[in-house]
Design a binder for this molecule. Structure first.
Ligand SMILES: Cc1ncc(C[n+]2csc(CCOP(=O)(O)OP(=O)(O)O)c2C)c(N)n1
Ligand SMILES: [Mg+2]
Length: 652
């Protein structure tokens, strides 16, 4: 290792430890242990340009071990991103640019929010898919206009997570050769030795999943790390480089779990400095370190981008139509302007909203060449698929991803595709199993990204499959997640509006749920109303309102007719999205749900979330039960007669 490499690495170690001690919070273990890995990656491989952080063909870096944020912030600072020394000194403080874990959209240069272990590496698979697809779509011999790597730094904990294994398995199957995972293998985790919980062979495990595996025995050997990264880049398969490191290298308690997440006392920092023979001022990078990063990260990145610009110009001259199309992919230049041939349904006809969801999405996919996604082995049930055949090594232009029964990875991968840019990602499954992928929906919501999650079989009306397959609390859970738009459309018109509204660059993810059973297409529904979240579908003369959505709207309208026969003329409000309704003006809200009105909400799900709008809620607060659908409505009291009865007994 050269003197300057050594100096840079020790600077990262000491300044990182000092940032954490100053903050009185953070994770010194990974900083001290894996500084050489990321120093090598940044100074010898990664193509990033801090002066154009969003340069499309940059390499993507995912710090899956998000607790190593300190290290990432220092590297971004040294690489010229808009993070100052003061920002580093404010690590983890209120309102700082350097929050506890890396935050996408907040910290310049951070490609993805990480912290929940397993999410980063799984989303990285999505980034590699986006790269791989765009590569196939646009590259021509000698014109590799899309040609970048997705690099990941992960730890033991990341690889223990189920989601990471789902994603790794799919990545191997798909042969994503541009994915390089650097594994900080220190045999230690929070509770102690990894061996307390693991005894498998990482090499065999990854090779069995069709990955290439490389090993670096000494995590301080930058040349060995460099060679291994070179080999991993050259591999045609996804590659993992297991790098043996010592957690907390240089600290008195190095190699022990106690260094994982506790700031080092001042005395220990002194020992660290002594052990590393490091004597530069506190919390300071010296000029030689800045210069080295300037030459080796910024200059390389700038050159890579300017070479790419030249290549792109030549490409545009030679292939003008492709260049124009590529531009549209890169800058979200697609929209649907003409809906003349969009599928529509006659009022009074019947169709399940899952079929509508699938048909409308198929139509959108035929109009927008940048959509990609699929189902978790439930295409025939959710009706959701991508266009142009199944995506994989034999058809990298396919836009239908067969995720297999890997819901969690599916969702995290879609987040990665979205974050990569250039593509719009969607995925689907049974609504009850939204629990399996909820952490990835939460990630999308935190990152303000528009990943689309489509679910069918959204109530107990699933029927025979019984309580394990009958959603109850899922709607409440998702509606209570900040920044998630949950759409639950009532018929084809509402569903069409919801899907069209979701395949856009919104700054929130959307969940759309749909029915298994056929539903009547109602003359009273409206696309405009759907997009406002709630609207009146039946205007009554009294101050009573029945509030409903999804498959219960038509039953609720029938209940209103029953009540009218009994002399109570109620209004009915359809509320396909609480999220969008909450964003409307006070005037609009008052016009739909006036304060003086007495409101009964009706939904086949947990009642909890409806009390925000309703005085009385007709819902289901028990698990379902296996039976044919024809018995369900009576069993749970969701018939026009029973709703009317309950209204008269409890609301009127
Ligand atoms: C899903 C999830 N579970 C638990 C945690 C808390 N956590 C953060 S780091 C960590 C230890 C992980 O061990 P490893 O990846 O080996 O990190 P190292 O101690 O080597 O830095 C744990 C349990 C988390 N961030 N995410
Ligand atoms: Mg570890």
């Amino acid at each position: 290792m050269s003197t300057i490499d050594n100096k840079c690495i020790n600077s990262l170690r000491v300044v990182g430890a000092e940032m954490i001690t100053k903050a009185k919070s953070g994770h010194p273990g990974i900083v001290l242990g894996s500084a050489p890995i990321l120093h090598t990656l940044f100074t010898r491989h990664i193509n990033l340009n801090a002066n154009d952080a969003k340069w499309f063909d940059r390499d993507r870096f995912v710090l899956s071990a998000g607790h190593g944020s300190t290290l990432l912030y220092m590297l971004l600072h040294l690489s010229g991103f808009n993070l100052t020394v003061d920002d580093l000194k404010n690590f983890r403080q209120k309102g700082s640019m350097t929050p506890g874990h890396p935050e996408y959209g907040h910290v310049p240069g951070v490609e993805i929010t990480t912290g929940p272990l397993g999410q980063g590496i799984s989303s990285a698979v999505g980034m590699a898919i986006a790269e791989n697809f765009l590569e196939a779509k646009f590259n021509k011999p000698e014109y590799n206009v899309i040609d970048h790597f997705t690099y990941v730094l992960c730890g033991d904990g990341d690889l223990q997570e189920g989601v990471a294994m789902e994603a790794a398995s799919l990545a191997g199957h798909l042969g994503l050769g541009q994915l390089v995972v650097l594994y900080d293998s220190n045999d230690i985790q929070l509770d102690g030795e990894v061996a307390l919980a693991n005894s498998e062979n990482t090499k065999m495990k990854f090779e069995a999943m069709n990955w290439d595996y490389f090993k670096v025995e000494d995590g301080n050997d930058v040349d060995a790390i460099d060679e291994a990264i070179k080999a991993a880049k050259a591999s045609a398969k996804p590659a993992i480089v297991e790098i043996k490191t010592v957690i907390g290298y240089g600290a008195p308690n190095s190699g022990e779990s106690s260094i994982h997440g506790k700031p080092m006392p001042a005395d220990d920092i002194k020992t660290l400095r002594k052990n590393l023979a490091y004597s530069e001022p506190e919390l300071t990078f010296t000029e030689d370190v800045y210069d080295f990063y300037k030459e080796n990260v910024l200059a390389r990145g700038e050159k890579a981008e300017s070479d790419w610009n030249e290549l792109l110009n030549a490409y545009a001259n030679k292939f003008p139509e492709d260049a124009e199309e590529l531009n549209k992919f890169m800058f979200d230049g697609f929209s649907i302007d003409n809906t003349d041939d969009m599928p529509t349904w006659e009022d009074g006809s019947e169709e399940s909203t899952r079929k509508v969801m699938g048909k409308v999405l198929d139509w959108i996919n035929s109009k927008l060449p940048n959509t990609i996604g699929g189902s978790a082995d439930l295409t025939a049930s959710t009706m959701v698929k991508g266009a142009d055949g199944i995506y994989g090594p034999s058809n990298t232009l396919g836009r239908n991803i067969k995720f297999g029964v890997r819901e969690h990875a599916m969702a995290a991968i879609c987040n990665g595709i979205t974050l990569h840019g250039g593509m719009f990602a969607f995925c689907a499954g049974f609504f009850v199993f939204s629990d399996y992928l909820k952490p990835a929906i939460r990630q999308a919501a935190i990152m303000n990204i528009p990943t689309l999650f489509l679910f069918s079989h959204d109530t107990v009306c699933v029927g025979e499959d019984g309580p394990t397959h009958q959603p109850i609390e899922q709607l409440t859970a998702l509606r209570s997640t900040p920044n998630v738009n949950v759409y639950r459309p009532a018929d084809s018109r509402e569903m069409t509006a919801a899907v069209l509204d979701s395949v856009k660059k919104n700054n929130y993810p959307t969940v759309i749920t749909s029915s298994r059973q056929a539903l009547p297409n109602l003359a009273c529904t409206s696309a405009e109303g759907t997009k406002k979240g709630a609207y009146t579908v039946r205007k009554g003369k009294s101050d009573y309102i029945l509030l409903s959505c999804g498959s219960e709207l038509s039953i609720t309208l029938a209940a209103a007719d029953k009540l009218a026969e009994q002399g109570v003329d109620v209004s009915v409000v359809s509320m396909p999205s609480q999220f969008l309704f909450d964003k409307q003006t006070a005037e609009y809200k008052e016009s739909v749900l006036p304060k003086k009105a007495k409101v009964m909400a009706i939904e086949m799900g947990a009642t909890l979330g409806w009390y925000k709008y309703a005085d009385y809620v007709k819902g289901i607060d028990t698990f379902g039960a296996s039976m044919p659908i024809k018995y369900i409505f009576d069993e749970y009291g969701f018939t026009a007669d029973k709703i009317a009865e309950e209204f008269m007994a409890n609301v009127k």
